[in-house]
Design a protein around this ligand. Structure first.
Ligand SMILES: [Zn+2]
Length: 351
């Protein structure tokens, strides 16, 4: 766990200890919140799991949904969440659940829990994952570092070398390399990770096949009650790092492709990675021009009435694998961590 996660952990505990999730609500809680989830699956045994923030267990999802119900909050579809934003706040606090990328475990492990609680959910599908052509580069990086005892890479800013013999070495190397590559143009990130994956004998397409839903299942899901399919680009790029024409095609063509494959209207969009370095005001404008009813980022925060004017830059809150506790869920639903994080600012949509 890095410093930022330690800080959040401490904030969640402090909020729980002081009961601030109750008395602080009036200050920080919005009209509702959109939650971001990735993988939902049983705990895995390995100690080197650098992407585990993307993983929660079915038991934690069950507890979180039970807690949301016990608070008397509404579990709503994304469509309903967007509708409620444009109405005055007369209704109960609402929670919309969104899952990114299109992972197999969402159907196997999350869906039964969601159905048990009568919770609608949105799955943001990257068409290139269903096609087996896009790359789960963060997973390739994890698997390569898991397999290799040491790594060397030549990068434009100079060579990167690290021992990766022990799990703690691996964790350190992953963090360092991940953040170094995130600062580079995406082509450099992808080619560096390809290089490492080749050294480790990792087959990128096999990882996508192992993790991601095929078209056949997506077609069945698209017609299922309570399920909304949204778009998440063609190839999962960090849009803000690319030329406008490329970003526009990724946004609009993913919608066209999903509508053609699934035969349902696609009205909502999620920016891959979704932080300010990956989704900028230019991209918000592109998603709006493409005709989406809403587009969601990963900028953390609750939904406030002002977001009705920023429907293509909506914040979300991650149900994070590093914080699978009731205290964390209560804190996230209170809005306080984001109020503190955003220093009292409710809408964060700038560049
Ligand atoms: Zn994604």
């Amino acid at each position: 766990m890095n410093l930022r996660h330690h800080a959040f952990s401490a904030i969640f505990q402090a909020i729980a200890a002081t009961g601030a999730d109750r008395w602080g609500r009036g200050l920080a809680q919005g009209a509702g919140v959109i939650l971001t989830l990735h993988h939902v699956r049983p705990q895995r045994p390995a100690t080197f799991q650098p992407n585990s923030l993307l993983d929660i267990t079915p038991e934690f999802l069950d507890r979180a949904l039970a807690l949301i119900r016990a608070e008397g909050y509404d579990l709503v579809s994304l469509e309903e969440a967007v509708l409620r934003l444009s109405q005055p706040r007369t209704e109960r606090f609402f929670v919309a659940l969104t899952f990114d990328d299109g992972y197999r475990d969402n159907v196997e492990h999350a869906w039964p829990v969601l159905a048990k609680h009568g919770a609608p959910w949105t799955l943001f599908v990257t068409t290139g994952f269903a096609d087996r052509s896009a790359r789960l580069w963060w997973l390739e990086l994890e698997e390569a570092i898991r397999a290799l005892p040491a790594i060397t890479l030549s990068l434009p800013a100079g060579p990167f070398a690290a021992r990766t013999a022990s799990d703690s070495d691996k964790q350190r190397a992953f963090e360092a390399l991940y953040w170094r590559l995130r600062q580079q143009p995406e082509a450099i990130l992808l080619s560096a990770i390809s290089d490492l994956a080749a050294q480790a004998g990792i087959d990128a397409a096999a990882l996508v096949e192992r993790e991601c839903l095929p078209w056949e299942t997506l077609r069945a899901l698209a017609g299922a009650p309570g399920v909304t399919i949204g778009a998440h680009t063609l190839s999962h790029p960090m849009l803000a790092k690319h030329e406008e024409a490329f970003a526009r095609d990724e946004i609009t063509d993913s919608r066209t492709r999903l509508e053609a494959e699934l035969g349902v209207p696609i009205r909502h969009f999620a920016y891959p990675v979704g932080d300010p370095t990956s989704a900028s005001p230019r991209d918000f404008a592109l998603a709006r021009e493409a005709g989406f009813a809403s587009a969601v980022t990963t900028r953390p925060g609750h939904l406030f009435a002002d977001h009705a004017n920023h429907l293509h830059a909506l914040p979300r809150v991650s149900l994070n694998g590093l914080h699978q506790s009731d205290a964390a869920v209560r804190a996230l639903l209170s809005g306080l961590p984001f109020w503190l994080w955003n220093r009292g600012r409710r809408v964060n949509v700038g560049g």
